[in-house]
Design a protein around this ligand. Structure first.
Ligand code: THU
Length: 161
């Protein structure tokens, strides 16, 4: 029997002041994009910006639906759009912001984590993930795998040997 443990490192910023210029621009781009969220039911607006390896920014917002489960989170809207427009480009970073301040930054739901990690694994390069909610603290993770350890992925489907 082996007892094991996992340590996850992330950086917490108390305000946007500590961010480098690139990240500051991405946070501003995400916040500016919050107005495009379609969240008439929850009133909880979320925005996500993907920074691609070629420098392109692809934005998304949550898109809700009267038939609730048909809606989609901002993170998936953004990364699906990004990989549809730039299928050969790696995703360097994703920044997620919400309009509302919460005690802790809003972090992607389980389904979004699974979608993000699919691209992280297949591009063979970590996707840096930053979260900011209203004027809450900011959290930055070096890799999506930090928030989805032990993820299921397509490698499991391959034949062994
Ligand atoms: N939502 C996101 O877009 N991203 C998240 O990380 C968490 C939740 C959306 C889904 C729904 O439109 C609203 O926020 C409330 O759950």
């Amino acid at each position: 029997m082996n007892k094991k443990s996992l340590n996850i490192e992330y950086v917490e910023y108390d305000s946007i002041n500590g961010l480098d210029n690139e990240l500051l621009n991405l946070v501003h781009a995400a916040d500016d994009n919050l107005k495009n969220a379609y969240a008439p039911y929850s009133k909880f607006k979320v925005s996500a910006v993907c920074k691609m390896a070629n420098g392109e920014l692809v934005k998304g917002t949550n898109q809700e639906n009267g038939a609730y489960p048909s809606g989609l989170c901002a993170e998936r809207v953004a990364i699906f759009a990004a990989k549809s427009q730039f299928p050969d480009q790696k995703v360097d970073k994703i920044v997620v912001t919400t309009e509302k301040s919460t005690d802790l930054p809003v972090s992607p739901c389980g389904a979004c984590r699974q979608v993000l990690i699919e691209y992280e694994i297949t591009q063979n390069q970590p996707i840096e993930l930053t979260m900011k909610s209203g004027d809450s603290k900011i959290w930055q993770f070096k890799s999506v795998s930090d928030i989805l350890p032990f993820a299921f992925n397509g490698e499991f489907l391959k034949e062994k040997g």
